[in-house]
Unconditional design. Structure first.
Ligand code: ADP
Length: 190
């Protein structure tokens, strides 16, 4: 199976690129952000607790993420692989993902790191705020999400560099330019 981690700061284009490649490579898209937003929209207990974290731009506790992810992994079915979007978001989650995959005789095939400077991330999220309606796309929360990304999330890259599966992608171009780079990286693996 092709197990892809799509990685990058908030607003780096993970969700957009996931949508583009999911179909082309017959992957199952697992976005922890989308799974959390579905729980929040459904008003579940988990969703209510998660909202207090996401609204502030902080990470939701690992146990909650593992719970929703395990449920989603059971539904993978016939997909040729999985694209993990928004997970792992800290080194502890990276170890959890490796363990979850190892139990299935699988491992991370590649981590695609979408590299985008902070100013661009902030600009994109502020622009997205006008259409997304996402409670966490507001100036104060955005600032904290970028901070949390640098402090807690970006060390995940080193974890996978050490495993020799990290590919850096310039994420500053257009959607099409970035997808071309992403597809070139994936085509080497399939
Ligand atoms: P973005 O990457 O644009 O910030 P996401 O949709 O991936 O958007 O995540 C939105 C929010 O959901 C995060 O700010 C965080 O609060 C929460 N979240 C998503 N994935 C995780 C995760 N793996 N661990 C902890 N919190 C998460």
């Amino acid at each position: 199976m092709l197990n892809v981690v799509i990685f990058g700061g908030p607003g780096s284009g993970k969700g957009t690129q996931s949508a583009v490649i999911t179909e082309k490579y017959s992957l199952k898209h697992l976005s922890t952000g989308d799974l959390l937003r579905a729980e929040m929209a459904a008003g579940t207990e988990l969703g209510k607790i998660a909202k207090s974290y996401t609204d502030a731009g902080n990470l939701v506790p690992d146990e909650m993420i593992v719970r929703i992810l395990a449920k989603a992994m059971d539904g993978i079915g016939q997909a040729k692989g999985v694209i993990f979007d928004g997970f792992p978001r800290n080194v502890a989650q990276a170890a959890i993902l490796d363990e979850m995959l190892a139990q299935r005789g699988e491992k991370v095939s590649v981590l695609l790191d979408l590299v985008v400077p902070d100013e661009t991330l902030v600009e994109r999220m502020l622009f997205r705020a006008q259409i997304s309606g996402r409670a966490d796309d507001n100036p104060e929360t955005i600032k904290n999400r970028v901070k949390v990304y640098h402090q807690v999330t970006s060390p995940v890259v080193d974890y996978y560099v050490a495993k020799g599966v990290c590919v850096k992608i310039d994420g500053t171009g257009s959607i099409e330019e970035t997808s071309a780079l992403v597809e070139a990286a994936l085509d080497k693996l399939v």
